[in-house]
Design a protein. Structure first.
Length: 234
């Protein structure tokens, strides 16, 4: 490879791959990271110029990776590049930001599940089944057909708890509205699930509501059953 191939034509800017090799991935700007993904530019633009323009158009990396697929197209960004974005987005859903063997705080749950909730427009839930030491025994993911609610099947939850030999269950779910306030239906569903699980000697340890930026623990805030400690074991 000639020395000139390390730089963009007519500039002294290192190409992203060469910069990453020399200085590490953390040295790359958002445009340079996207350039590694896109690989090619458009007519009249090198790949970095294309990426910088595209970032401005779509509101940065966050805007790109939270956009509906129909809104991703732009001059120089067609099917091939769009499907690379969608592939990365799907990978983020499937690989948790943090992989933990046990749960200590609601923030742990948020970090483990935020990829799953990243672009969802409908309500969904991740259920964790824990042993007495709060170690994760089992994880289930439920997705609703509705944007406004998700039906949690108490019989299924009790069955999964017994199969996993769980002591505790934690429910993490989103509100597509981005509100972190428990709704009346949240409080009612949690009370019903709490009662059903207690019959099987399993504790509904927490219900955590997540948004794209933060999370809210019903247990930590004393909402619903968590404000009434009668018969509630920790």
């Amino acid at each position: 490879m000639g020395i000139n191939n390390l730089y963009f034509k007519g500039t002294y800017a290192l190409k992203p791959r060469e910069k990453a090799r020399a200085l590490g991935m953390e040295s790359l700007s958002d445009g340079e990271l996207l350039a590694l993904l896109f690989e090619t530019g458009s007519l009249g633009e090198n790949v970095l110029e294309l990426c910088e323009r595209y970032l401005k158009e779509k509101g940065g990396l966050r805007g790109i990776f939270l956009s509906e697929s129909a809104n991703l197209e732009s001059y120089g960004v067609k099917d091939a590049k769009i499907y690379r974005i969608l592939a990365v987005r799907e990978i983020l859903k499937r690989v948790p930001a943090r992989v933990l063997e046990s749960v200590q705080t609601s923030r742990d749950l948020y970090e483990m599940t935020k990829g799953f909730f990243l672009t969802r427009q409908e309500e969904a839930a991740v259920i964790f089944f824990l042993n007495a030491e709060k170690e994760i025994l089992r994880r289930e993911e439920w997705v609703s057909d509705s944007k406004n609610s998700i039906l949690l099947n108490s019989k299924s939850l009790v069955y999964s708890s017994l199969v996993a030999k769980a002591k505790f269950v934690v429910i993490v779910h989103n509100h597509p509205s981005e509100s972190l306030t428990p709704s009346p239906s949240d409080l009612e569903a949690v009370r019903d699930l709490h009662e059903k699980l207690m019959q099987a000697r399993v504790v509904l340890y927490d219900c955590v509501i997540v948004s794209k930026e933060s999370c809210y623990s019903m247990r930590e805030h004393g909402d619903g059953i968590y404000g009434d400690k009668r018969g509630f074991s920790t």
